[in-house]
Write a protein of this length. Structure first.
Length: 361
């Protein structure tokens, strides 16, 4: 069993913890929090061992009725791998802690690319992370773009990618984020940071990205134009993407015309927290003119990176091949939706994920 600790139990950390706990070859040894808020209480209710991310605050947990196993460095020392899910910039400060215990660590996409030996998306470069000490699981948007680019590159060759990203203003709980009633170029200069970040996965790729921020919390939406090296048909592209386990091609008959209905679909289907781990591509948006392919996709920013973190653990510990790791992650996390209006396919195992009963949180 791979012993995994999760440092940070917020939007990403609690989802990573649940996903790790669901895997048959991993043991979640604990999670670390800076304060005894509602998320800390939820972690204890889940049965997760709690560690204090700031040792001086251990008495605050006791006062809140939360038993603490110890300070975060004890969890780090006991882990085979730590997944750092702390806010952007904190992971860089935590790296010295992981180095002092010779504990491999995974960082999130908010950190600079040079924090790790490799930036990681399982579909694109799993083998690059084999045996690595430090890996950066890239951002939700970079993950979503890479999952589309990888099969297109393999099947047809990619000449250039042009992407416009319409980004949510913040996650549902980030009430300090804006805009409240505005549409902001984010950033105003071109390209946005997403293109250079995708090149940490595909170093030779030609890609231009633009970003907009809108007053929504549901999901990101991408408009993609990919110039391919071969002539293709829209039907062939659609078939290719339908074969990808982490891409959900939305069929026309489902009546899902926006991110709001996608989230309703996820809740109705029993997904924990209404999560969508897959890229959600509108099938009817897939179009081809010459060698130019177009599509719209939605990316659930709170959850699409979760399978990648799990796969990165196996790559770093060299405990499974790419194919075996992705298959195991998908099965035990519950990844996989067909385009059939009936919803999830027979391989869906969302019942294995702890906390499904809290899907409406």
């Amino acid at each position: 069993m791979i012993r995994v600790g999760v440092n940070g139990y917020g939007t990403i950390g609690k989802r990573v913890a649940d996903a790790v706990d669901a895997q048959p070859d991993m043991e979640l040894i604990g999670v670390a929090k800076t304060q005894p808020n509602f998320e800390a209480h939820t972690a204890v209710q889940r049965g997760y061992s709690m560690y204090a991310a700031i040792p001086e605050r251990m008495p605050l947990f006791s006062e809140a009725g939360i038993d603490v196993e110890g300070a975060v460095d004890e969890m780090v020392a006991d882990a085979d791998v730590v997944v750092d899910c702390t806010p952007s910039g904190i992971g860089e400060k935590n790296k010295a802690l992981y180095e002092s215990h010779d504990t491999p660590a995974i960082f999130q996409g908010g950190e600079d690319a040079d924090i790790g030996d490799v930036s990681f998306v399982a579909r694109a470069n799993y083998d690059d992370a084999l045996g690595a000490d430090y890996v950066r699981a890239v951002s939700c948007n970079t993950t979503g773009l890479s999952r589309i680019i990888a099969p297109l590159e393999e099947e047809y060759g990619v000449e250039k990618v042009r992407a416009t990203l319409v980004r949510r203003g913040g996650d549902p709980g980030q009430n300090s984020r804006g805009p409240i009633n505005d549409i902001l170029p984010d950033p105003i200069h071109i390209p946005s940071h997403h293109g250079p970040d995708v090149r940490t996965i595909f170093p030779e790729l030609k890609i231009d990205t633009l970003g907009l921020k809108v007053p929504a919390t549901l999901m990101h939406v991408h408009s993609l134009n990919v110039t391919l090296e071969d002539d293709v048909t829209a039907a062939h592209v659609r078939q290719l993407l339908e074969e990808e386990s982490r891409v959900f091609v939305i069929s026309e008959g489902m009546g899902i015309d926006g991110a709001g209905k996608l989230k309703d679909f996820a809740h109705d289907a029993g997904r924990p927290r209404g999560d969508l781990w897959e890229n959600c591509v509108w099938g009817e948006s897939i179009a081809v003119e010459g060698r130019d392919m177009y599509l719209f996709q939605a990316i659930h920013q709170e959850s699409d990176v979760i399978p990648e973190n799990v796969d990165a653990i196996r790559a770093m510990t060299e405990s499974a091949s790419k194919a075996d790791s992705v298959a195991t992650t998908d099965e035990y996390l519950g990844v996989g939706i067909t385009g059939d209006p009936s919803g999830f396919n027979e391989g869906d195992r969302s019942d294995r994920v702890p906390g499904t009963e809290l899907a409406d949180d």
